[in-house]
Design a protein. Structure first.
Length: 53
């Protein structure tokens, strides 16, 4: 049997989910752990086409 959910209950759950997402987003952090430089052996590729397909 399926029980209908009242609009008030849905709004409460949606608000709780939104607050949880905002709280987690506020505490999210990232740290750069390394940088790698890369060079193509035949020079830069800027301005070149992708070639024939």
């Amino acid at each position: 049997m399926i029980f209908p959910i009242s609009p008030t209950t849905m709004k409460t759950k949606a608000t709780a989910c939104l607050l949880a997402v905002l709280a987690l987003a506020a505490t999210a952090r990232a740290t750069i752990i390394g940088i790698e430089t890369f060079a193509y052996p035949d020079g830069n590729i800027a301005g070149q086409s992708g070639g024939a397909f």
